[in-house]
Design a binder for this molecule. Structure first.
Ligand code: G3I
Length: 358
């Protein structure tokens, strides 16, 4: 009689082998990218010259994935963030079932190309599977479920995922207070400290981050974030850094100095800094000059990160306009990434390289 764990282990092993085979097959067939980028004109080489990482969000590769995309990512980036594969609804779809195959494929791809991995994300008010959202669990049960999830997921990737977005978007965008969401309602405000403790217990060597949007410059929300993180650390929460998502547009361009001033506040508090989800959405169809303005925003963010010693990396939320969350979520906007839908570098890619090499 096989145990539940035995069935689980066997299932994961079979699916994991398939996922890995898909990745290896994809890479073995990968023709060159449209542009033979090499030397210091790649993001990866330029960032390395300044001892920074440059990353991209990545969907789990499948047998249908265009191998040129994977070749471009391996050539241009030194870090990957699974865009969705490590979210609760994907990795923990049923209470007693984890599905690691998609995330394993991404982590295997990263390892094959000497890339680091940013795990995303262990607690978030979104992407909560129905068994959890509708489970009517009490506080003690939710704490036990959260501990089991984090221990299982972080433990599964221990040593293969270097950073974790332990808590994603905890603050209310308007007030800057803690969101009134699934976790804060179910456990209370101490869910943040608990999540970080569980993650540290599961992998003491991983860097642990709070990840937030709308906090690029000094404003009510970023100041609230600094206070929240500082208070948590003062109480012993093992928080190493803060991720600044930086989903930007052209209608509110904030200066490099304003971004730098804000990042420096967090660095001065002893926190590592990472720009975690950079994209610059532009109105589509793209008007003349828009991509040049977009490039300037990309270059300014890189320059702001370089000006802050503790800013370790910049991750774009995707790499090609072929796959981006923006058009579906923000109708009328798109073309937000450094490579176009035909995988050609846009002015943004050159501006990022230029900023790294300036
Ligand atoms: O995989 C299912 C598929 O089986 C189903 O047929 C399809 C239609 O329902 O949905 C697919 O799941 C979608 C998933 O992306 C994978 O494509 C979800 O519905 C969709 O909500 C999900 O959107 C993601 C979103 O986060 C919500 O998780 C976006 O791709 C992703 O780019 C976006 O990323 C977030 C960061 O995690 C946090 N910061 C903001 C950022 C942008 O919203």
């Amino acid at each position: 009689m096989t145990t539940r764990r035995g069935r689980y282990t066997a299932a994961v092993a079979v699916v994991g082998v398939f996922a890995l085979a898909a990745v290896v097959l994809g890479l073995a067939m990968a023709p060159s990218t449209p542009r033979e980028s090499s030397g210091s004109d790649t993001l990866r080489a330029a960032a390395r010259r300044r001892r920074r990482s440059v990353g991209t969000a990545l969907a789990a590769p499948t047998a249908n994935t265009d191998p040129r995309e994977l070749a471009l990512v391996a050539n241009e980036y030194s870090s990957v963030t699974p865009e969705n594969a490590m979210k609760w609804s994907s990795i923990h779809p049923e209470r007693d079932r984890y599905d690691f195959a998609p995330a394993d494929a991404i982590v295997a791809f990263a390892a094959a190309h000497d890339m680091t991995v940013r795990g995303h994300t262990l607690t978030w008010y979104r992407s909560i599977p129905a068994w959890l959202a509708d489970g009517h669990f009490d506080r003690e049960q939710l704490i036990a479920i959260l501990r089991d999830h984090i221990n299982t997921v972080v433990g599964h990737f221990r040593g293969r995922v270097q950073q974790w977005d332990v808590v994603n978007e905890p603050l209310d965008p308007a007030s800057g207070n803690l969101r009134d969401d699934f976790w804060s309602r179910g456990i209370g405000p101490d869910y943040l400290a608990l999540a970080f403790r569980f993650a540290h217990e599961a992998d003491p060597n991983a860097q642990l981050f709070v990840n937030e949007f709308g906090t690029d410059t000094v404003n009510r929300k970023s100041t609230a974030l600094l206070h929240e993180v500082t208070a948590l650390r003062a109480k012993g929460a093992p928080i190493d850094g803060v991720g600044f998502q930086m989903h930007r547009t052209l209608d509110r361009v904030e200066s490099r100095a304003a971004i730098e001033t804000n990042l420096a506040r967090f660095a001065d508090a002893g926190l590592r800094i990472w720009v975690t989800e950079l994209d610059v959405a532009v109105p589509v169809p793209v008007a003349p000059g828009a991509l040049d303005r977009q490039a300037r925003v990309y270059g300014d963010v890189i320059a702001a990160c370089l000006a802050v010693d503790r800013c370790d990396g910049v991750t774009t939320w995707g790499f090609t306009d072929r796959h981006s969350w923006i058009p579906a979520a923000r109708p009328g906007l798109g073309a937000g990434l450094p490579f176009d839908a035909r995988l050609r570098p846009k002015p943004a890619q050159a501006a990022m390289v230029g900023a790294f090499l300036a």
